[in-house]
Design a protein around this ligand. Structure first.
Ligand code: AMP
Length: 562
């Protein structure tokens, strides 16, 4: 009889019972002069002592505004120094940071701010085609602005403060820089009082994931969740104060703020941000110029770097380790990363936001074959089982749904016990919706998904959300959104539409309808029209057949992955 598909991670190194602010303070004490933060596009360099001081000032200023522990503070910005300062300052003040995807547009922002009742929103002025300030203004009636960044609104009853980054302050907003400045002179008492009451088990962060019901849910994570996950991810790479991590993944996702920021801070490593949003050339240039020892990315990013026409010009010999994660990792790309980018100790991580995120990681000492073709073994202190459709644990070697249990499982979806109970069962298992196989040695392969989700270049897209948006188009009778294989992004969004009787539309019309309304990565790359959908006898649309047909038409194939 083969063993059951159940594994439990090592426990020799104890879990840390610390807060996010606590680990920053420790880092400032242990490595005061060590470089903590380098932001190439802002020409910023901060040591751990400086980072701690700046974050503490901001924490004092946030409390002086009248914000109180447990209040939600949204951040809607690409990667920058202010994002990292806000991450630490909110945690130090006991405030719950709400990560808002910088690709979100008005429909999504409106939902996010409302869903978790943000009391303050920190926002960048604009980035590329996203005018954040303009979008926020379009959502709030004029009469709701009380001046100086203060608001009173029936639309967002809990919202009080709009804090804008940058020197070019727009009318009606509060300056982030001025707020930081005010923290220096702020009364330290409220801050000191909060310090005594901070508890690692308090929720400290909300991140949105959509899910099959279409509407985004706020996965709520505690200090304990993310401090430990960041710490053990760093252990997995053998990080130390001599390491410098090039973080080209976004901060609004766990990949940036946990695997990047918290792995670095718990090991005294430097965080190096090459650009506001992913830019292959900036990543290569910064990795070389800053002598980075680790580099992160989703598979699409590594592909873009390896295929970059100037790739050979950059000396990447300082690289040692790093992480590829977020989407199925092609074996061929892993091999190129090891050989051409010198990342001989690169690791693969697998996880999801609801589990803080990582539950599997390959080890720097794993056999090369295992390291490129699996997501490694289970993380310390985490349990995983693989189950069949009836909930029974399958034997090793048999695919089934991956379930995770342990310190890393989220507190729940914000204010939504019903939807939390749909994914976290009574015994504490998070049902991931991913299909996986465990081998006899405990190595795991992700082989598919039971959830209806597309991963385009590391961004998760829930077809249901895009379908619901497309139903708003007056000519659309029925729509099925599927992910089709794509060499660059792993998958691309394809919408197959049935139009109302007598209606006609073309691909461009549908794409134009989406532009500016939903995040760019959710806008279908392909639009096809059909008279009928293939259906099961029970009346369910057979999406896999739709996907197969479109892939055949496009002549694309899926790659072998870890
Ligand atoms: P997120 O919540 O954005 O972190 O996305 C989590 C989802 O990304 C998982 O449920 C998986 O479907 C997918 N995912 C993450 N890492 C990997 C990986 N290494 N291989 C395959 N899929 C992955």
């Amino acid at each position: 009889m083969p063993d059951p598909s159940y594994v439990c991670g090592r426990t020799d190194s104890p879990l840390l019972y610390r807060t996010v602010g606590g680990v920053l303070r420790l880092a400032a004490e242990q490595w005061p002069d060590g470089e903590a933060l380098v932001v190439s596009h802002q020409k910023v360099r901060l040591t751990y002592a400086e980072l701690y001081e700046r974050a503490t000032e901001l924490a004092k200023a946030l409390l002086a505004l009248g914000l109180r522990p447990g209040d939600r503070v949204g951040i809607w910005s690409p990667n920058n120094m202010e994002w990292v300062l806000t991450q630490f300052a909110t945690a130090q003040a006991g405030l719950i940071l709400v990560n808002i995807n910088p690709a979100y547009r008005t429909t999504e922002l409106d939902y996010a701010v409302r869903a978790v009742g943000c009391r303050a929103l920190v926002l960048a002025p604009s980035f590329k085609s996203s005018d954040y300030v303009g979008m926020m203004k379009s959502l709030l009636p004029r009469g709701d602005w009380a001046g100086g960044g203060k608001v009173r609104s029936d639309t967002y009853p809990e919202l009080r403060f709009l804090i804008q980054l940058g020197v070019d302050l727009r009318q009606g907003f509060m300056s982030f820089d001025a707020l930081c400045e005010s923290g220096r002179a702020a009364d330290p008492k409220p801050f000191e009082a909060v310090q005594g009451r901070l508890d690692p088990d308090q929720p400290i962060n909300i991140q949105f994931t959509s899910g099959t019901t279409g509407l985004p849910k706020g996965a709520t994570l505690t200090h304990f969740n993310i401090v430990n996950n960041g710490f053990f991810v760093g252990e997995g790479m053998r990080l130390g104060p001599e390491d410098r991590i090039c973080i080209s993944v976004p901060l609004y996702h766990c990949f940036g703020m946990v695997l990047g920021v918290l792995a670095a801070v718990t090991h005294g490593a430097a965080m190096v941000f090459p650009s506001e949003a992913f830019d292959a050339e900036a990543t290569l240039r910064t990795s070389a110029a800053e002598h980075c020892t680790a580099l992160y990315g989703v598979p699409t990013m590594f592909i873009a770097e390896l295929d970059h026409p100037r790739f050979a010009e950059f000396d990447l010999s300082s690289l040692r380790t790093g992480i590829m994660a977020g989407a199925p990792c092609p074996i061929a790309v892993m091999r190129r990363v090891i050989e051409q980018m010198h990342m001989r100790e690169v690791t693969i991580c697998y996880g999801m936001t609801e589990t803080s995120p990582v539950s599997f990681q390959s080890d720097v000492n794993d056999q090369i074959d295992k390291r490129v073709s699996t997501v490694g073994t289970v993380h310390p202190h985490v349990q995983v089982k693989i189950i069949d459709g009836d909930g029974g644990v399958v034997p090793r070697g048999t695919p089934g749904q991956l379930c995770t249990r342990g310190y890393s499982v989220m507190r729940g979806y914000w204010n939504d016990p019903g939807r939390t109970a749909e994914v976290v069962d009574e015994a504490g298992w998070m049902h991931t919706g991913d299909l996986a196989v465990l081998d006899d040695d405990g190595y795991c392969n992700i082989v598919g998904r039971v959830k209806d989700m597309i991963i385009r270049g590391g961004e998760n897209i829930y077809p249901r959300e895009v379908e619901e948006f497309l139903y708003r188009h007056p000519k659309v009778l029925d729509v099925a959104v599927v992910g089709v294989a794509d060499r660059k992004y792993g998958e691309e969004v394809c919408a197959v539409i049935r139009l109302h009787e007598g209606a006609s539309a073309d691909e461009q019309e549908i794409i134009d309808f989406c532009r500016g309304q939903i995040a760019h990565y959710k806008v279908p790359r392909y639009v096809r029209f059909a008279k009928e959908f293939p259906m099961t006898v029970t009346g369910k649309v057979q999406k896999y057949l739709i996907r197969q047909r479109v892939e055949e038409e496009l002549g694309v194939e899926r790659e072998r992955t870890a």
